[in-house]
Design a protein. Sequence first.
Length: 197
Amino acid sequence: MADFARKHAQAICAPDRGQIDIQQTIERISGSNIFARPIVITNAEFRFIVAEQLRECAVEADIVLEPSRRDSGPAVAAAAALAAQRHPLAIALVLAADNVIRKPEEFIDACQQGASAASDGRIVIFGIPPSGPATSYGYIRPGQSLNGSATLAVDAFVEKPDAATAASYVAKAICGTVVISCFVPTSCFPRSNALNP
């Protein structure tokens, strides 16, 4: 798995709206030998600032522009297509620049586990225990272990629940989502085409 990921993992970074300092995220993924050249998604308004941030990190990356602010979906699809063009078995890791990763080694291990599940055609989403109830993000109810690994199936996903439901999820130790996902782009294209013919 590590050899596969080392050759084909593509990191796609999406700066949060208004967040333009992506250097930590770029350094996190460029400090590991499992990722290929990153693809950065940003709004046209920030493209030159992002290019300068990349230059300061001495990291070469491709920049994909969002069609409009708050509309990363099409840009992620374009970046995934670029990753697949680079290598048909590429594994895309999509992460936001504002994620706080306190344990980088564990993050890399989680990426490798996610890549393994993604190579089986799964869309992998990363979850963390929430520090408290929030209505501004989604929750994942974990299912069974996949092949005895630490990677779990998703029993249910609820996007931005009301406050009472969010509080019940925290009490039940249901994970909150982070803006990190992992997938093989070519396995997602039929799904995205079905949703947007």
